[in-house]
Structure formats: C-alpha cells, structure tokens
Write a protein that binds this ligand. Structure first.
Ligand SMILES: [Zn+2]
Ligand SMILES: [Zn+2]
Length: 130
C-alpha cells in the first residue's frame, strides 16, 4: 500500500524493489525488505532505500511508531505519569483541552472537585455579605 508500481518487461513490479535489484545487480529474496529511510514510500531515490531483513524491519517500524505516536503526560488530577497516543493528545489540545487525565476515574474526580470548589466559592461569597 502506498508504494509506487512500475510496469517493466510486461510485469508490474514494486518500483523501489526493482531499483534496489538494479543497484545490486541481482534479484532480491522475499526475506529482504527494501525500506524507505525517510518513511516516504513514494521517495524512491536510491539514497532513501535500504535493505533490511524482515525481523529487523518490523522491529524498527514498531520502535518508530512508539517514538512518534506516544507521549508521556502527567495526570492533571493525581499527578501520575502516563502515556497517551500523540495524535489524540494533539487533537484535544487543538480543541482547547489542555488538561490530561490518566484514567476516566481521574476525569470524574477532577470534575467533582471542580464543582465542589465552585460550591465552596459560592458559600464563601454568601458569607461575605452577611
Ligand atoms: Zn520500512
Ligand atoms: Zn490520574
């Protein structure tokens, strides 16, 4: 998916694999993965291509995903550190939600605390006038 295909000698091939085979002067085996170093599958510049074996390739991509998409945050209620998906955190921040909670429990407790604080404030306000 997302790869550039080319029609060569009557066959449709994955272009990045074709280029690497030309570079090496031999056919690639199935265990050899041609990886795009910059993550752009359409960038088939030979300097962006690199051969990896399958387990290394899978591991490197998993690490990349972890690095890219998970953010460590401090819970705004209990102060625990937790990880959240970066894409979702960025979305919430865009929507103006700058506080983050480690769990639904903390979300609930913090809104309870907020409403009891505002009740207290009302009560104190009433006393001032009395
Ligand atoms: Zn790759
Ligand atoms: Zn929490």
């Amino acid at each position: 998916m997302g790869y550039v295909r080319a029609r060569i000698g009557g066959k449709t091939v994955l272009y990045h694999r074709y280029l690497m085979e030309q570079r090496l002067g031999r056919v690639l085996s199935k265990a050899e993965i041609v990886h795009h170093k910059n993550g752009d599958k359409k960038d088939n510049n030979i300097s962006n291509l690199e051969i990896k074996n399958q387990p290394d390739h899978a591991r490197d991509h998993a690490l990349e995903r972890l690095k890219k998409e998970w953010i460590e945050l401090e819970c705004a209620f209990c102060g625990n550190m937790f990880v959240a998906e970066g894409r979702r955190v960025r979305y919430k921040i865009k929507k103006g939600q700058i506080k983050h909670y480690c769990s639904r429990r903390c979300v609930g407790k913090s809104s309870m605390a907020a409403s009891s604080n505002s009740r207290k404030a009302l009560f104190q306000g009433a006393n001032v006038g009395a």
